[in-house]
Structures are given as C-alpha cells and as structure tokens.
Design a protein around this ligand. Structure first.
Ligand SMILES: Cc1ncc(COP(=O)(O)O)c(C=O)c1O
Length: 509
C-alpha cells in the first residue's frame, strides 16, 4: 500500500529542500512511523504534494537509497528497505529516541481513571479461544446456530433500499425502529413497561454500564455489588473511582438483610441469573431491595444479560418490572442471543435521567452503526429473533441437562446452581474433592477448559472463603452434546487423577 506522507517544506529554512525531505523521512523511520516494506509515494506525486521540483524528490530518494534506508522494488517503486525492520531499534546507525518512561523525563500526567484501568487484567477478548477443543467458555452463544440467512437478508434489504443511513448521523440513542422493537420485546418478555424513548441502544451491557457510571458516579462515592460478581462490571465501576462494597449472596439472591442502612450511590445486581452463581432472586428479595433503594435513595442497575434462556419454570419478569419509583436502570444485550461480536445492547432509563443519558451517549459515540441497528429492527419485527431464540433455547436446554446429569452422576450430591436458565452453570465441588484450581489444571492438561472464580469472567472479594476453592463455572452453549459427553469422560479421569489431592483446608465430618 502506498502511503500519504505528511511532509512539510519550510521555505524559510537554510536547509536544502532535498535535505528537508531526507531529514523528515529519517525521523519517521526512527520513530517507527515508517517501517520496513512501507511503500513511498511516486516522486511525481510527492513533488506535486510538496510543491517542489521532481528532481528534488528524486535526489532525496537517491540519497536515502545510497544510505540503505530505501530500496527500489517492483516496476519503479520505492519503499523503506526491508532490512530496516519494523522496529526503530533495528535501524542501523540511528541514535535512540529519548525514552520518556525509562529516562529522567517525567511522563505527562494521565487521568486517575486511566491509572486504574491500566491495572485491569480482566478482558473477555481471548485470542487463544480456539486453543483447546473442549472449552466450557462462559457466556458465548453457539456460532453454528447464528441465523446467518435471515440476518444476511435483513442487512442486504436495508443496504439496497437506501444509502442515506450510511452517510448521515443517526440518533445517538438509537434508530427509532430498533428502540420501538426493543421496548416491545422487554414489555412482552420481561414485563418492563417502558416507552421507546426510554430505550438507548448501546454497544452492549459494557457501554451501558459505562454510561451509568458517567451518569451516577463521582470519585469516592460508594457502590454496592454482589459477591461474587461480574469482573467486567467491577472493573468498569472501579475505573470511575468509586469505592466498592460487597454484599453476600443467599440462595435466593442478594442478602437484602445485610444491605447498609446508609445506602449507596448505586447497586449493581444480576437478579435473573446471578453472575456467576446462577441463583434467581426471589420476589421477596426483589421487593425488599426496591424498598431499601427507595428508603436510602440508591439507584439499582439491573444487568439482565442472559434471561432469554429459561429452561424451567415460568418466564421471569425483570426487577425493573416491579419498580414504581424510577430507581432501576435496566441493561440488556444481544450478545447472548445473537453474538457478542455484534456489540449491540440497550439500556432502559428512568425518565428523570433520560436527557443526561442521551447527551452522554451522544458525547461517547454519536450513536451506533446504522446498518446493524435497522437490520436488527427488521430481524425482530419479522419474527426471526423469536424463532432463533426458541431454537437456541432448545439446543442449550439439552446441553445443560446433559451436563447436569453427567456431573451429578460423576459426583453424587454435587451442588449445581444456575441450571434453570442462562448459559452457564456453577458446580460447587464437595469439600472432599480436590480444589477447583487443581481440577482446572488437570483438566486443561487433558484438553478441557473450565473456569474458576480466580480464572474467568467472575470477580470475588473474599479469598479466605472456601467458595473460591470450590466453584467451577461451565458454559455449555458452544459445545455440542457429543463434545459435552467426551468432556464428561475426561472430567471423570481428572477427578480420579486428583484423588488423594484433596482440598487441604477441609475437615469434613
Ligand atoms: C454478567 C454479564 N453481563 C453482561 C455480559 C455481556 O456484556 P456485553 O453486552 O457487553 O457483551 C456478560 C458477558 O459475559 C456477563 O457475564
């Protein structure tokens, strides 16, 4: 690829024109802005760009060529010599560029948020994800079930209808037809009575969370989270400088009796399928949480990430459906039903927060890509979304059941939570077995990947508690039933290999 090179000619300089071109190209090579193999513009183009004679450019190229920095290639082309490599240290004979962070020069200040964020190790991006074939990856849908044909048709139809959406700015809160389709979905499926104006289309729960933090937080304010919780949420909130406090999880959701009387600026919860433990918050707990929020003036952030998949019992209403006080900000996503790569989600914002939320969204990105938004609106309105979710749910239910039955028969009396819905289950190892980390290690030697509270998308605050040694997280949507059966055999092998390697902290009756 030929580069456009930002060179400037200073007509007042005492340096020759050829010399100026050489100096600037060398500086770019030295700073790594031009690298071995980069193609330079033809001399006839560069001379027009700079307003100099062609001979001046030809002389500069010849000079650098003679010094070994440039080389001819193809039919009359000029490029940076491959021998200069791609890193500036490899450039022979050039003095090193002063190193800001290693030398005596004080680096310019960065924000507190950036200082916190650069310590974060938590990311869902995993370039090695296809490393092992039996990966119980938490929270990803099965790519083989992606509704490629109807999705492609929705994209094609919109693309061929008009190009205006591709060239103009969209409403930062989302295109009206998608906001209306989403408000209909959450009203009918999650019981949340909202207008389409309250819907803001985001690039997933993660952007929703970031906007919530911008809306509600100041450095030092207190934020409550469940313990354990979702690591990406914790780090996003922490990066805004909030002081975090944690609240125990009971079998029926967050322990509302333990909530602080002083309240907090906000509390982040996952009521439908607690992340990562999988419990569902009972109605009594939901009402108690709402009452506490009302009494203490605390906003509730409801992350409803995977509730489209419910395998047993009646469909659940969202916590937001019970909110009469406009205290719940609801976050939803299409990452679990369609795919995380789409980066499409939404938030439902109480009316009082809407103007600020809209403005913050505008400042963040001026709106999401038009094409995927309108295609998704059509996809939902034409019924493809519901039929895809139905199909995926049937497949995931069967995989979940196979896994639960298999684990229960391998280790009778196993405690398994979160298998009534969602996309992962939590296997709480009996105390007599090896620790979760030991089992994870052995399994990975056998080609099976499982996740623990230390290694995976969860975050946990109390490492002295036994839970951290006993919890394994297994996502099943990405594995076929045949692969789950193979993995179960290897889990059996790992369990017997780890026998005699029991949890050393246990004194079991
Ligand atoms: C608790 C929880 N919330 C949200 C998400 C998804 O976030 P996003 O919509 O940003 O992809 C995940 C993904 O694993 C999750 O586990």
């Amino acid at each position: 690829m030929t580069l456009d090179i930002p060179l400037l000619i200073d007509s007042s300089s005492h340096r020759t024109l050829t010399g100026q071109i050489c100096d600037q190209l060398l500086a770019m090579i030295r700073h790594g802005r031009l690298r071995g193999g980069d193609v330079l513009p033809a001399s006839r183009d560069l001379c027009l760009q700079l307003g100099v004679s062609r001979n001046t450019v030809v002389a500069a190229y010849a000079d650098l060529n003679a010094q070994g920095y440039l080389e001819a290639f193809g039919r009359g082309g000029t490029r940076i010599a491959l021998a200069t490599g791609t890193r500036r240290e490899q450039v022979h004979g050039l003095p090193p560029v002063p190193c800001l962070h290693g030398g005596n020069i004080k680096p310019p200040a960065i924000s507190e948020a950036a200082r916190i964020a650069r310590r974060v190790r938590h990311t869902l991006f995993d370039p090695m994800r296809n490393r092992l074939p039996l990966d119980f990856r938490v929270g990803l849908p099965d790519s083989r079930l992606f509704p490629r044909e109807p999705w492609a048709k929705c994209i094609r139809d919109r693309l061929s209808a008009s190009a205006l959406g591709m060239t103009d700015y969209v409403d930062p809160a989302g295109v009206p037809e998608l906001r209306s389709a989403i408000s209909h979905l959450v009203r009918t499926h999650r019981g949340v009575a909202c207008t389409s104006e309250q819907v803001i289309v985001t690039s997933g729960v993660q952007q929703g969370l970031d906007l919530v933090c911008r809306l509600l937080l100041d450095p030092g304010v207190s934020v409550l989270m469940e313990n354990p919780t979702y690591g990406s949420a914790r780090e996003a909130i922490r990066s805004h400088g909030a002081t975090l406090a944690y609240c125990r999880i009971a079998s029926d959701g967050i322990d509302t009796d333990a909530l602080p009387a002083s309240g907090a600026r906000m509390i982040y919860v996952t009521p439908s399928h607690q992340f990562p433990m999988g419990n569902t918050m009972s109605l009594a707990r939901r009402l108690a949480l709402l009452e506490w929020a009302r009494n203490t003036g605390t906003y509730i952030v409801e992350d409803d990430y995977d509730s489209d998949f419910r395998y047993r019992g009646a469909p659940l209403s969202a916590l937001a459906s019970l909110d009469n006080d406009e205290l719940v900000i609801y976050l939803g996503t299409f990452s679990k039903t369609l795919g995380a790569g789409l980066r499409l989600g939404y938030m439902i914002v109480p009316p009082a927060l809407l103007p600020a939320a809209r403005a913050l969204k505008d400042l963040a990105d001026h709106g999401r890509s038009w094409l995927e938004q309108v295609a998704l609106a059509d996809f939902i309105n034409l019924g493809h979304y519901e039929s895809h979710v139905r199909k995926a749910k049937t497949a995931y239910r069967a995989r979940c059941k196979l896994l639960v039955d298999g684990l229960s028969s391998l280790v009778p009396g196993s405690e398994i939570t979160g298998a009534d819905g969602g996309m992962h289950l939590t296997w709480i190892l009996p105390l007599r077995l090896a620790t979760a980390d030991r089992l994870r290690e052995r399994l990975s030697e056998l080609g099976v990947v499982v996740y623990t509270l230390r290694h995976g998308p969860a975050a946990y605050e109390d490492p002295s508690n036994d839970l951290i040694d006993r919890v394994l997280l297994l996502g099943y949507p990405c594995l076929s039933e045949a692969k789950i059966s193979s993995a179960l055999k290897l889990i059996e092998t790992a369990l017997s290999d780890c026998e005699g390697n029991e949890n050393p902290r246990v004194d079991e009756p």
